[in-house]
Design a protein around this ligand. Structure first.
Ligand code: 7TS
Length: 418
Protein backbone atom coordinates (compact mmCIF):
# COMPACT_ATOMS: atom_id res chain seq x y z
CA UNK A 1 0.00 0.00 0.00
CA UNK A 2 1.37 3.37 -1.01
CA UNK A 3 1.42 5.83 1.85
CA UNK A 4 2.52 9.42 1.41
CA UNK A 5 5.46 10.48 3.53
CA UNK A 6 5.82 13.87 5.19
CA UNK A 7 8.40 14.75 2.50
CA UNK A 8 5.88 13.93 -0.23
CA UNK A 9 3.37 16.30 1.32
CA UNK A 10 5.85 19.06 1.92
CA UNK A 11 6.90 18.91 -1.70
CA UNK A 12 3.30 19.60 -2.78
CA UNK A 13 2.99 23.18 -3.89
CA UNK A 14 -0.76 22.96 -3.69
CA UNK A 15 -2.92 20.10 -2.65
CA UNK A 16 -3.26 17.11 -5.00
CA UNK A 17 -6.43 15.22 -3.97
CA UNK A 18 -5.52 12.19 -6.10
CA UNK A 19 -2.27 11.76 -4.21
CA UNK A 20 -4.05 12.37 -0.90
CA UNK A 21 -6.71 9.77 -1.68
CA UNK A 22 -4.07 7.03 -1.75
CA UNK A 23 -3.62 7.55 2.00
CA UNK A 24 -7.27 6.63 2.71
CA UNK A 25 -7.86 2.90 2.20
CA UNK A 26 -11.66 3.15 2.49
CA UNK A 27 -11.90 5.50 -0.49
CA UNK A 28 -10.88 2.68 -2.84
CA UNK A 29 -14.14 0.87 -2.16
CA UNK A 30 -16.82 0.08 -4.68
CA UNK A 31 -20.37 0.60 -3.38
CA UNK A 32 -23.38 -0.89 -5.22
CA UNK A 33 -21.14 -1.36 -8.28
CA UNK A 34 -19.80 2.22 -8.39
CA UNK A 35 -16.66 3.76 -6.88
CA UNK A 36 -17.45 5.27 -3.50
CA UNK A 37 -18.08 9.03 -3.57
CA UNK A 38 -17.92 9.99 0.08
CA UNK A 39 -19.67 13.30 0.70
CA UNK A 40 -20.64 12.81 4.35
CA UNK A 41 -17.57 14.32 5.96
CA UNK A 42 -19.63 16.61 8.18
CA UNK A 43 -20.90 13.52 9.99
CA UNK A 44 -17.45 11.91 10.15
CA UNK A 45 -14.35 12.01 7.99
CA UNK A 46 -12.42 8.97 6.80
CA UNK A 47 -9.11 7.87 8.30
CA UNK A 48 -5.68 7.90 6.65
CA UNK A 49 -3.37 4.89 6.89
CA UNK A 50 -1.10 6.60 9.46
CA UNK A 51 -4.01 6.94 11.91
CA UNK A 52 -5.02 3.30 11.49
CA UNK A 53 -1.38 2.24 11.83
CA UNK A 54 -0.85 4.33 14.98
CA UNK A 55 -3.79 2.65 16.71
CA UNK A 56 -2.64 -0.81 15.66
CA UNK A 57 0.93 -0.12 16.77
CA UNK A 58 -0.30 1.16 20.11
CA UNK A 59 -2.25 -2.03 20.84
CA UNK A 60 0.50 -4.29 19.47
CA UNK A 61 3.46 -2.76 21.28
CA UNK A 62 2.56 -0.10 23.85
CA UNK A 63 -0.78 -0.72 25.50
CA UNK A 64 -1.08 -0.27 29.23
CA UNK A 65 -3.12 2.02 31.45
CA UNK A 66 -1.61 5.46 31.83
CA UNK A 67 -0.71 7.66 34.82
CA UNK A 68 -0.76 4.84 37.33
CA UNK A 69 2.21 2.65 36.61
CA UNK A 70 5.95 2.76 37.08
CA UNK A 71 6.52 -0.04 34.60
CA UNK A 72 7.89 0.33 31.09
CA UNK A 73 4.65 -0.01 29.11
CA UNK A 74 2.71 2.33 31.36
CA UNK A 75 5.38 5.03 31.12
CA UNK A 76 5.54 4.66 27.36
CA UNK A 77 1.74 4.86 26.97
CA UNK A 78 1.62 7.89 29.31
CA UNK A 79 4.38 9.62 27.38
CA UNK A 80 2.70 9.03 24.02
CA UNK A 81 -0.65 10.15 25.39
CA UNK A 82 0.76 13.38 26.80
CA UNK A 83 2.57 14.06 23.52
CA UNK A 84 -0.85 14.21 21.88
CA UNK A 85 -1.93 16.88 24.35
CA UNK A 86 1.10 18.90 23.21
CA UNK A 87 0.07 18.37 19.59
CA UNK A 88 -3.46 19.63 20.30
CA UNK A 89 -2.03 22.60 22.19
CA UNK A 90 0.09 23.50 19.16
CA UNK A 91 -2.76 22.85 16.70
CA UNK A 92 -5.08 25.38 18.36
CA UNK A 93 -2.33 27.54 19.87
CA UNK A 94 -3.47 27.10 23.47
CA UNK A 95 -1.24 28.84 26.01
CA UNK A 96 -0.71 25.73 28.14
CA UNK A 97 -0.99 22.00 27.48
CA UNK A 98 -3.12 21.59 30.63
CA UNK A 99 -5.80 23.80 29.07
CA UNK A 100 -6.47 20.87 26.71
CA UNK A 101 -8.93 18.39 28.28
CA UNK A 102 -9.57 15.10 26.50
CA UNK A 103 -13.22 14.06 26.28
CA UNK A 104 -15.15 11.56 24.19
CA UNK A 105 -16.26 14.20 21.66
CA UNK A 106 -17.85 17.61 21.17
CA UNK A 107 -21.08 16.40 22.80
CA UNK A 108 -19.18 15.37 25.93
CA UNK A 109 -17.19 18.63 25.95
CA UNK A 110 -20.37 20.73 25.76
CA UNK A 111 -22.14 18.66 28.42
CA UNK A 112 -19.12 18.93 30.71
CA UNK A 113 -19.18 22.70 30.34
CA UNK A 114 -22.93 23.05 30.75
CA UNK A 115 -22.92 20.90 33.88
CA UNK A 116 -19.95 22.58 35.55
CA UNK A 117 -20.92 26.10 34.50
CA UNK A 118 -24.54 25.50 35.54
CA UNK A 119 -23.40 24.57 39.05
CA UNK A 120 -20.94 27.41 39.48
CA UNK A 121 -21.94 30.43 37.45
CA UNK A 122 -25.69 30.26 36.71
CA UNK A 123 -28.42 31.48 39.07
CA UNK A 124 -32.13 32.20 38.72
CA UNK A 125 -32.79 34.99 36.22
CA UNK A 126 -29.42 34.64 34.43
CA UNK A 127 -29.41 34.37 30.65
CA UNK A 128 -27.64 32.04 28.23
CA UNK A 129 -27.46 32.85 24.53
CA UNK A 130 -27.18 30.25 21.78
CA UNK A 131 -28.15 30.49 18.09
CA UNK A 132 -30.87 29.10 15.88
CA UNK A 133 -28.35 27.09 13.86
CA UNK A 134 -26.89 25.09 16.76
CA UNK A 135 -26.50 21.34 16.71
CA UNK A 136 -28.73 19.69 19.34
CA UNK A 137 -25.63 19.08 21.47
CA UNK A 138 -25.29 22.85 21.91
CA UNK A 139 -28.98 23.31 22.67
CA UNK A 140 -30.17 20.55 24.98
CA UNK A 141 -27.41 20.78 27.66
CA UNK A 142 -28.26 24.50 28.07
CA UNK A 143 -31.98 23.76 28.25
CA UNK A 144 -31.21 21.35 31.09
CA UNK A 145 -29.18 24.03 32.90
CA UNK A 146 -31.92 26.63 32.41
CA UNK A 147 -34.54 24.25 33.76
CA UNK A 148 -32.44 23.36 36.79
CA UNK A 149 -31.44 26.94 37.59
CA UNK A 150 -34.51 28.83 36.45
CA UNK A 151 -32.36 30.69 33.95
CA UNK A 152 -33.43 31.92 30.52
CA UNK A 153 -32.31 30.58 27.14
CA UNK A 154 -32.18 33.20 24.39
CA UNK A 155 -31.66 32.44 20.72
CA UNK A 156 -29.88 34.49 18.02
CA UNK A 157 -32.05 34.21 14.89
CA UNK A 158 -30.71 33.02 11.54
CA UNK A 159 -31.40 35.17 8.46
CA UNK A 160 -32.80 33.70 5.24
CA UNK A 161 -29.23 33.68 3.88
CA UNK A 162 -28.13 31.31 6.62
CA UNK A 163 -26.07 33.99 8.37
CA UNK A 164 -26.63 34.97 11.98
CA UNK A 165 -28.59 38.16 12.64
CA UNK A 166 -25.89 40.08 14.49
CA UNK A 167 -28.08 43.08 15.14
CA UNK A 168 -30.53 40.82 16.95
CA UNK A 169 -27.59 39.36 18.88
CA UNK A 170 -26.61 42.85 20.07
CA UNK A 171 -30.14 43.31 21.38
CA UNK A 172 -30.17 39.98 23.18
CA UNK A 173 -26.96 40.72 25.07
CA UNK A 174 -27.26 42.42 28.43
CA UNK A 175 -25.81 42.39 31.95
CA UNK A 176 -27.74 39.20 32.77
CA UNK A 177 -26.01 37.26 29.96
CA UNK A 178 -23.60 34.80 31.58
CA UNK A 179 -22.81 32.52 28.64
CA UNK A 180 -22.83 32.79 24.86
CA UNK A 181 -22.40 29.38 23.20
CA UNK A 182 -22.35 29.30 19.41
CA UNK A 183 -21.06 27.16 16.60
CA UNK A 184 -18.04 28.26 14.57
CA UNK A 185 -19.34 26.58 11.39
CA UNK A 186 -22.92 25.40 10.81
CA UNK A 187 -23.06 21.63 10.27
CA UNK A 188 -26.18 22.06 8.13
CA UNK A 189 -25.44 25.11 5.95
CA UNK A 190 -21.66 25.52 6.22
CA UNK A 191 -22.03 29.12 7.43
CA UNK A 192 -18.82 30.44 8.94
CA UNK A 193 -20.01 32.42 11.95
CA UNK A 194 -18.21 35.74 12.69
CA UNK A 195 -17.08 34.56 16.09
CA UNK A 196 -14.62 37.45 16.54
CA UNK A 197 -17.56 39.85 16.59
CA UNK A 198 -19.58 37.64 18.92
CA UNK A 199 -16.70 37.11 21.34
CA UNK A 200 -15.84 40.83 21.41
CA UNK A 201 -19.41 41.91 22.11
CA UNK A 202 -20.05 39.21 24.70
CA UNK A 203 -16.86 39.99 26.60
CA UNK A 204 -17.81 43.66 26.79
CA UNK A 205 -20.91 42.58 28.72
CA UNK A 206 -18.87 40.26 30.93
CA UNK A 207 -20.24 37.03 29.43
CA UNK A 208 -18.08 33.95 28.79
CA UNK A 209 -18.01 32.51 25.28
CA UNK A 210 -18.03 28.87 24.24
CA UNK A 211 -17.35 27.99 20.62
CA UNK A 212 -18.51 24.67 19.17
CA UNK A 213 -15.72 24.06 16.67
CA UNK A 214 -16.74 20.55 15.55
CA UNK A 215 -17.16 21.64 11.92
CA UNK A 216 -14.40 24.26 11.89
CA UNK A 217 -11.18 22.53 12.96
CA UNK A 218 -11.29 20.01 10.07
CA UNK A 219 -11.23 22.89 7.58
CA UNK A 220 -9.40 25.89 8.97
CA UNK A 221 -6.65 26.96 11.34
CA UNK A 222 -8.06 27.92 14.72
CA UNK A 223 -6.01 30.02 17.14
CA UNK A 224 -7.80 30.10 20.48
CA UNK A 225 -5.57 32.84 21.90
CA UNK A 226 -6.12 35.07 18.90
CA UNK A 227 -9.90 34.65 18.84
CA UNK A 228 -9.88 34.96 22.64
CA UNK A 229 -12.75 32.52 23.22
CA UNK A 230 -13.10 31.20 26.76
CA UNK A 231 -13.80 27.60 25.72
CA UNK A 232 -13.55 25.72 22.42
CA UNK A 233 -14.88 22.21 21.71
CA UNK A 234 -14.26 19.74 18.87
CA UNK A 235 -14.23 16.04 17.89
CA UNK A 236 -11.32 13.99 16.53
CA UNK A 237 -13.48 11.84 14.26
CA UNK A 238 -14.45 14.76 12.04
CA UNK A 239 -10.77 15.58 11.50
CA UNK A 240 -9.41 12.21 10.33
CA UNK A 241 -8.97 10.81 13.83
CA UNK A 242 -10.85 8.02 15.63
CA UNK A 243 -14.34 8.15 17.10
CA UNK A 244 -14.74 8.54 20.85
CA UNK A 245 -12.14 11.32 21.26
CA UNK A 246 -12.76 15.01 21.67
CA UNK A 247 -11.27 18.16 23.09
CA UNK A 248 -12.46 20.70 25.57
CA UNK A 249 -10.14 23.70 25.55
CA UNK A 250 -10.59 26.28 28.29
CA UNK A 251 -8.65 29.21 29.67
CA UNK A 252 -6.66 28.10 32.71
CA UNK A 253 -8.23 30.56 35.14
CA UNK A 254 -11.77 29.57 34.16
CA UNK A 255 -11.12 25.82 34.21
CA UNK A 256 -9.64 26.23 37.68
CA UNK A 257 -12.76 28.06 38.85
CA UNK A 258 -15.16 25.39 37.59
CA UNK A 259 -16.06 22.27 39.59
CA UNK A 260 -15.29 18.82 38.09
CA UNK A 261 -17.92 17.13 35.94
CA UNK A 262 -17.34 13.50 36.89
CA UNK A 263 -15.74 11.97 39.95
CA UNK A 264 -13.43 8.96 39.92
CA UNK A 265 -9.85 7.90 39.37
CA UNK A 266 -7.22 10.35 38.11
CA UNK A 267 -9.31 13.44 38.87
CA UNK A 268 -8.32 13.45 42.55
CA UNK A 269 -5.14 14.24 44.44
CA UNK A 270 -6.34 12.83 47.76
CA UNK A 271 -9.46 10.94 48.81
CA UNK A 272 -10.76 10.42 52.30
CA UNK A 273 -14.34 9.97 53.49
CA UNK A 274 -14.11 13.33 55.21
CA UNK A 275 -12.79 15.36 52.28
CA UNK A 276 -11.54 14.76 48.75
CA UNK A 277 -9.10 17.09 47.07
CA UNK A 278 -9.27 17.38 43.32
CA UNK A 279 -6.32 16.96 41.02
CA UNK A 280 -4.84 19.85 39.06
CA UNK A 281 -5.61 20.56 35.40
CA UNK A 282 -6.13 18.81 33.09
CA UNK A 283 -6.75 15.75 35.28
CA UNK A 284 -9.55 17.39 37.29
CA UNK A 285 -11.75 17.00 34.21
CA UNK A 286 -10.47 13.58 33.09
CA UNK A 287 -11.96 11.03 35.47
CA UNK A 288 -11.36 7.36 34.66
CA UNK A 289 -9.33 5.57 32.00
CA UNK A 290 -9.40 7.63 28.81
CA UNK A 291 -9.55 6.45 25.21
CA UNK A 292 -5.77 6.04 25.10
CA UNK A 293 -5.60 4.31 21.72
CA UNK A 294 -8.03 6.80 20.21
CA UNK A 295 -6.07 9.75 21.52
CA UNK A 296 -2.84 8.33 20.09
CA UNK A 297 -4.64 7.88 16.76
CA UNK A 298 -5.77 11.49 17.07
CA UNK A 299 -2.13 12.52 17.41
CA UNK A 300 -1.41 10.86 14.06
CA UNK A 301 -4.40 12.68 12.53
CA UNK A 302 -2.98 16.00 13.71
CA UNK A 303 0.39 15.09 12.17
CA UNK A 304 -1.45 14.34 8.95
CA UNK A 305 -3.30 17.68 8.93
CA UNK A 306 -0.03 19.48 9.61
CA UNK A 307 1.65 17.64 6.74
CA UNK A 308 -1.09 18.60 4.31
CA UNK A 309 -1.21 22.13 5.77
CA UNK A 310 -4.24 24.21 6.68
CA UNK A 311 -3.41 26.80 4.02
CA UNK A 312 -3.54 24.14 1.31
CA UNK A 313 -6.67 22.57 2.80
CA UNK A 314 -8.53 25.87 2.92
CA UNK A 315 -7.48 26.96 -0.54
CA UNK A 316 -8.46 23.63 -2.09
CA UNK A 317 -11.75 23.17 -0.24
CA UNK A 318 -12.93 26.74 -0.82
CA UNK A 319 -12.42 26.28 -4.54
CA UNK A 320 -14.11 22.86 -4.58
CA UNK A 321 -17.12 23.98 -2.54
CA UNK A 322 -17.58 27.11 -4.69
CA UNK A 323 -17.58 24.93 -7.80
CA UNK A 324 -20.07 22.57 -6.19
CA UNK A 325 -22.39 25.45 -5.22
CA UNK A 326 -22.28 26.76 -8.80
CA UNK A 327 -22.95 23.31 -10.26
CA UNK A 328 -25.89 22.68 -7.90
CA UNK A 329 -27.41 26.09 -8.65
CA UNK A 330 -27.79 24.98 -12.29
CA UNK A 331 -30.06 22.08 -11.36
CA UNK A 332 -33.67 22.99 -12.04
CA UNK A 333 -35.93 22.89 -9.00
CA UNK A 334 -33.01 22.70 -6.57
CA UNK A 335 -33.11 25.15 -3.68
CA UNK A 336 -30.05 25.76 -1.57
CA UNK A 337 -30.80 25.99 2.14
CA UNK A 338 -28.45 28.73 3.22
CA UNK A 339 -26.37 30.91 0.94
CA UNK A 340 -24.09 32.37 3.61
CA UNK A 341 -21.49 35.06 3.07
CA UNK A 342 -18.72 32.64 4.00
CA UNK A 343 -19.04 28.87 3.76
CA UNK A 344 -16.89 25.94 4.86
CA UNK A 345 -17.26 22.42 3.57
CA UNK A 346 -21.03 21.96 3.73
CA UNK A 347 -23.98 22.49 1.34
CA UNK A 348 -27.64 21.70 2.06
CA UNK A 349 -30.42 21.62 -0.49
CA UNK A 350 -33.92 20.43 -1.20
CA UNK A 351 -35.67 19.72 -4.47
CA UNK A 352 -39.24 20.90 -4.72
CA UNK A 353 -41.66 17.98 -4.55
CA UNK A 354 -39.05 15.34 -3.64
CA UNK A 355 -38.27 13.85 -0.25
CA UNK A 356 -34.61 14.26 0.81
CA UNK A 357 -34.54 10.63 1.97
CA UNK A 358 -35.55 9.38 -1.49
CA UNK A 359 -32.85 11.50 -3.13
CA UNK A 360 -30.28 10.15 -0.65
CA UNK A 361 -31.35 6.57 -1.36
CA UNK A 362 -30.99 6.97 -5.11
CA UNK A 363 -27.61 8.65 -4.70
CA UNK A 364 -26.54 5.75 -2.48
CA UNK A 365 -27.47 3.29 -5.23
CA UNK A 366 -24.88 5.12 -7.33
CA UNK A 367 -22.22 4.86 -4.61
CA UNK A 368 -22.66 8.47 -3.49
CA UNK A 369 -22.81 8.92 0.29
CA UNK A 370 -24.71 12.02 1.45
CA UNK A 371 -26.74 12.68 4.60
CA UNK A 372 -30.45 13.42 4.65
CA UNK A 373 -32.72 14.65 7.43
CA UNK A 374 -32.55 17.38 10.04
CA UNK A 375 -28.82 16.92 10.85
CA UNK A 376 -29.54 17.36 14.57
CA UNK A 377 -30.63 20.95 13.87
CA UNK A 378 -34.41 20.63 14.14
CA UNK A 379 -35.01 24.26 15.20
CA UNK A 380 -33.18 25.37 12.04
CA UNK A 381 -35.44 23.13 9.94
CA UNK A 382 -38.45 24.75 11.65
CA UNK A 383 -37.06 28.16 10.76
CA UNK A 384 -36.90 27.23 7.08
CA UNK A 385 -40.26 25.39 7.38
CA UNK A 386 -38.82 22.15 6.02
CA UNK A 387 -38.56 18.59 7.34
CA UNK A 388 -34.98 18.08 6.31
CA UNK A 389 -32.37 18.58 3.61
CA UNK A 390 -29.91 16.64 1.51
CA UNK A 391 -26.50 17.59 2.83
CA UNK A 392 -23.22 17.18 0.99
CA UNK A 393 -20.09 17.81 3.02
CA UNK A 394 -16.61 17.88 1.61
CA UNK A 395 -13.09 17.08 2.64
CA UNK A 396 -9.82 17.74 0.84
CA UNK A 397 -9.80 14.22 -0.63
CA UNK A 398 -12.95 14.98 -2.63
CA UNK A 399 -12.50 15.93 -6.28
CA UNK A 400 -14.21 17.94 -8.97
CA UNK A 401 -15.04 14.63 -10.72
CA UNK A 402 -17.01 13.66 -7.63
CA UNK A 403 -18.94 16.94 -7.84
CA UNK A 404 -19.79 16.05 -11.44
CA UNK A 405 -20.93 12.56 -10.36
CA UNK A 406 -23.08 14.16 -7.66
CA UNK A 407 -24.77 16.45 -10.18
CA UNK A 408 -25.43 13.52 -12.54
CA UNK A 409 -26.71 11.50 -9.59
CA UNK A 410 -29.14 14.23 -8.57
CA UNK A 411 -30.41 14.55 -12.16
CA UNK A 412 -30.98 10.80 -12.19
CA UNK A 413 -32.84 10.96 -8.87
CA UNK A 414 -35.06 13.71 -10.25
CA UNK A 415 -35.82 11.61 -13.30
CA UNK A 416 -36.62 8.50 -11.29
CA UNK A 417 -38.73 10.24 -8.65
CA UNK A 418 -40.84 12.56 -10.74
N1 7TS B 1 -21.54 20.29 17.03
C1 7TS B 1 -21.59 20.32 15.68
C2 7TS B 1 -21.53 21.63 14.98
C3 7TS B 1 -21.64 19.11 14.98
O1 7TS B 1 -21.68 19.14 13.65
C4 7TS B 1 -21.70 17.89 15.70
C5 7TS B 1 -21.85 16.57 14.98
C6 7TS B 1 -21.61 17.93 17.09
C7 7TS B 1 -21.55 19.16 17.72
C8 7TS B 1 -21.57 16.69 17.90
O2 7TS B 1 -20.35 16.03 17.68
P1 7TS B 1 -20.08 14.58 18.26
O3 7TS B 1 -18.75 14.21 17.67
O4 7TS B 1 -20.05 14.69 19.73
O5 7TS B 1 -21.20 13.71 17.77
N2 7TS B 1 -22.47 16.67 13.75
C9 7TS B 1 -22.94 15.64 13.01
C10 7TS B 1 -23.53 15.85 11.77
O6 7TS B 1 -23.65 16.94 11.24
N3 7TS B 1 -23.92 14.65 11.27
O7 7TS B 1 -23.59 13.69 12.14
C11 7TS B 1 -22.99 14.29 13.23
Amino acid sequence: MEVLTAEDHLSLMTLDPYKIRKDFPILKQVVHGSPLVYLDNGASSQKPEIVIAAIEDYYRTKHSNIHRGVHYLSSMATEQHEEVREKVKALINAKHDYEVIFTSGTTASLNTLASSIGKKWISAGDEIIISEMEHHSNIVPWQIVCEEKNAKLKVIPVKESGDLDLEAFDHLLNEKTKIVSVTHVSNTMGTIVPIDYIIGRAHKKGAKVIIDGAQAVPHQKVDVQKIDCDFYCFSAHKMFGPTGVGVLYGKEKLLNELPPYQGGGNMISNVSFEKTEYNELPHKFEAGTPNIAGEIGFGAAIDYINEVGYENIQEYETNLVNQAVNALRNIEGLRLIGTPEERAGVISFIIEGLHPYDIGTILDQQGIAVRTGHHCTQPLMDKFKIQGTVRVSFSFYNTIEEVELLVKGIEKAKEMLS
